[in-house]
Design a protein around this ligand. Structure first.
Ligand code: TA6
Length: 289
């Protein structure tokens, strides 16, 4: 049999005949599981809310139309990371299918955004989020459409929580030497073409390259390839940060995760009335030895 999609009112599950799978909550269109090579590739908090009561702590939350908090008048009243991750998306259907890969589309329009958030950013928009599962990778693409008569601007980002055996052994390859903005005094140790982490990191690399590699002392763990996205955010709250995050459990879970997030967040993307913008990423997992 070919790949299958199982959808109910809360979740869409994609399964390949070779065993790979992805689970996507319609709440936030949040990928909450990606199994490949017989193992879970994404980190999710043990106390992550999966009932729609708050943004999911882990997996791949979506950031739109603002990254973090921002003082631009058009977004300043929105909550951190905007409303895409706290709105109920619609399953639009399966858009491609073969025994070795499957794609589904999910949609978001203003009517699905909680009223109190829609009022704070009431541009007529449409989002189509595509998730494509293959045997070694998932591709996530966001299409943003301006359905109004005025241009609007937005940030967009895939907030991926990669699962790693030990973040203190991780090397991130491809970001050295770039311009960046630090939200904390990021504890990175740059060596040749990679850096290692030795404490809390919260850094936005601007004009980042298309390809970033996450490896450790044993092997390459993930490749991250982006298209039409300008920036890469690296975040790990470390031991000092997790006690301050109520839904981050276990508290030493920082050792098993690293956020490497592709997006366009250092500058707003401006979208003319009637225009469409698309950006995406392909994350490829290497099976454990
Ligand atoms: O990933 C970068 C970041 O902006 C960090 O500053 C941290 O706040 C993280 O996102 C998680 O944000 P959240 O709103 O999900 O707690």
């Amino acid at each position: 049999d070919t790949a299958i999609v199982i959808a109910d009112s809360d979740k869409v599950t994609l399964k390949l005949q070779t065993g790979e799978s992805v689970e996507i909550l319609l709440y936030g269109a949040t990928i909450v599981s990606w199994k490949s090579g017989g193992e879970e590739k994404l980190w999710i908090s043990e106390s992550a809310k999966l009932d729609g009561s708050k943004a999911v702590r882990g997996g791949v939350p979506l950031v739109f139309p603002v990254f973090g908090k921002h003082d631009d008048p058009s977004v300043t009243e929105l909550p951190q990371h905007g409303f895409a991750r706290v709105s109920k998306w619609e399953f639009l259907g399966k858009t491609s299918n073969s025994p070795t890969n499957i794609q589904v589309d999910l949609g978001l329009s203003p009517s699905q955004v909680p009223q109190e958030l829609r009022e704070k950013w009431n541009n007529p928009f449409g989002l189509i989020y595509s998730v494509n599962l293959s045997q070694t990778s998932i591709e996530t693409k966001m299409l943003v459409r301006n359905e109004g008569t005025e241009s609007f601007k937005f940030h967009v980002l895939f907030h991926t929580y990669f699962k790693v055996p030990d973040v203190t052994k991780v090397k991130v390859v491809g970001l050295n030497g770039l311009g960046f903005k630090d939200k904390v005094a990021s504890a990175l140790n740059e060596v040749n073409s990679h850096f290692t982490l030795s404490g809390e990191v919260d850094r936005v690399y601007h004009k980042a390259p298309r390809s970033v590699i996450i490896e450790d002392d044993k092997q390459v763990r993930f490749h991250v390839e982006s298209a039409n996205l300008e920036d890469v955010v690296v975040w790990n709250p470390w031991a000092n940060g997790t006690p301050k995050i109520v839904d981050f459990d276990p508290k030493d879970g920082w050792k098993n995760m690293l956020c490497v997030e592709t997006g366009s967040v250092a500058n707003f993307q401006s979208l003319e009335a009637g225009s469409v913008w698309e950006g995406g990423q392909v994350i490829t997992a290497t099976d454990s030895l």
